[in-house]
Design a binder for this molecule. Structure first.
Ligand SMILES: *Cc1c(COP(=O)(O)O)cnc(C)c1O
Length: 425
């Protein structure tokens, strides 16, 4: 048995001589597109690149409308506002997600209601959603986490029964499919992030998607200081149906616009995405087939209805009992040393997340005592999220899935090496 890299042995992968695939991916096509924008002088505001990207992203996602925006946080906020959600309303979300999913609910003065997730997909548990519904519930935000899909059939059934909006947080899912339908085309609104780590990126950026014309017009206005869509860019005007807002009847909103530089990069990135997703899906399936043979690690459950996978992270579950009691933190450190790429924990459950503590902002959020108590994250109990985060999770950036089958063999070999040497730690 060779010595673990964390104890000074040779790593399974020497990333100096054999680096992982790089992220982000770009070439002279991005360079050319960026220069085109630069030289045009049209750097923002409904420019040709933005318009073209919106059209391509809507087509790719299988929706009527896509609107790009500054990032995947404001897209969630815009989605909530477009649905008319605000003071007095409750929004149900999973306890295991990036803090933005909850923070934006606060930013529209609504109340985040955190529920537990399924232990084998880490996505929102529909049974817990049903239990959390009250007369104040207005929306559910399922998050398609890492490489998993929330059970959209159940979420839609519950939403229909209780007349709720469904806002899909698709920050991890551009291109992923559930029953042949793309993430972001299933609920009322889809929200996407193009932050640098995400698998379609412009450094920063985001999109909202919808099939609903009224929501589309509101979303577009919310993005653009409350201006209603310009008639020529309005789909309804295209159909000769006039516009939804009367002239002069503007929204009040902020500026959440994207730039032409971001849109130029996104246009090229979107062309690469289907093939990149295909490679990651193929490698993910292969790597999971190897994990099955190693005691103490378990692939995420892939639902049969997930017809195309899209990975933000490759995630799997760890059981220390099979690793001679080795705590997951030590397992991840040892694996990180073998692979030369960070093996991270899942998101921190939001009821314990130091980036999500609304009670530090009374000037903004203390609307009244009742609201102040309702937004205290400590009031939620999320045992499955806790177990995943503190005991079971291992997550690796999607770029490890962008190489070859031999790369996947190395990942499995590294896990096996830690398994074989667990006693030495
Ligand atoms: C990245 C992310 C967001 C926010 O996107 P930004 O573009 O970083 O603002 C929202 N939800 C989830 C699940 C994310 O991973």
């Amino acid at each position: 048995m060779s010595k673990l890299a964390i104890l000074g042995g040779d790593p399974i992968r020497n990333t100096k001589t054999n680096p992982w695939p790089k992220w982000p991916v770009w070439d002279e096509k991005e360079e050319k597109a960026l220069l085109e924008v630069l030289n045009s002088g049209v750097w923002s505001y409904n420019g040709p690149k933005e318009t073209a990207f919106n059209k391509s992203f809507a087509e790719y996602t299988g929706v009527k409308y896509a609107i790009s925006a500054a990032n995947g946080t404001v897209t969630l906020q815009m989605a909530l506002e477009a649905c008319g959600i605000g003071i007095g309303d409750e929004v149900i979300l999973p306890g295991l997600t990036w803090q933005a999913t909850a923070a934006t609910i606060l930013d529209v003065n609504a109340t985040p209601v955190m529920v537990d997730v399924c232990e084998d997909t880490w996505c929102i548990d529909p049974k817990e959603v049903e239990k959390a519904i009250t007369p104040r519930t207005k929306a559910i935000i399922p998050v398609h986490l890492y490489g998993s899909f929330a059970d959209m059939d159940e979420i839609l059934r519950i939403a229909k029964k209780h007349n709720l909006y469904v806002i899909e947080d698709c920050a991890h899912k551009p291109g992923g499919e559930w029953n042949g339908k793309k993430a972001g085309s299933i609920g009322d609104i889809g929200s996407f992030s193009y932050q640098l780590s995400k698998h379609l990126t412009a450094g920063e950026g985001g999109s909202v998607t919808t099939n609903n014309f009224e929501l589309y017009e509101k979303l577009d206005a919310l993005r653009n200081c409350g201006r209603r869509p310009e008639p020529e860019s309005s789909a309804k005007a295209d159909k000769g149906e006039g516009v939804y807002f009367d002239a002069g009847n503007f929204f009040q909103s902020g500026n959440y616009r994207i730039t032409e530089f971001q849109a130029a990069i996104l246009i090229e990135g979107l062309k690469r995405l289907p093939e990149q997703n295909r490679v990651r899906d193929e490698n993910g399936i292969y790597l999971n087939s190897l994990l099955v043979d190693i005691p103490g690690v378990m692939p995420m459950r892939r639902d049969k209805r997930e017809t195309k996978e899209a990975y933000f992270n490759f995630a799997f579950r760890y059981n220390k009992d099979e690793f001679k009691g080795l705590p997951v933190q030590k397992f991840r450190s040892a694996l990180t040393a073998e692979l030369g790429i960070e093996v991270a924990a899942s998101y921190t459950p939001l009821n314990k997340c130091s980036l999500y503590v609304p009670l530090t902002k009374p000037a903004r959020y203390k609307l009244n005592d009742e609201y102040w108590a309702a937004i205290d994250p400590a009031r939620f109990d999320l045992p499955v999220c806790d177990r995943i985060h503190f005991e079971e999770s291992a997550c690796i950036h999607h770029k490890i899935l962008m190489g070859t089958k031999a790369d996947m063999d190395l990942v499995a070999a590294a896990i096996k090496k830690v398994y074989d040497n667990a006693e030495s730690l």
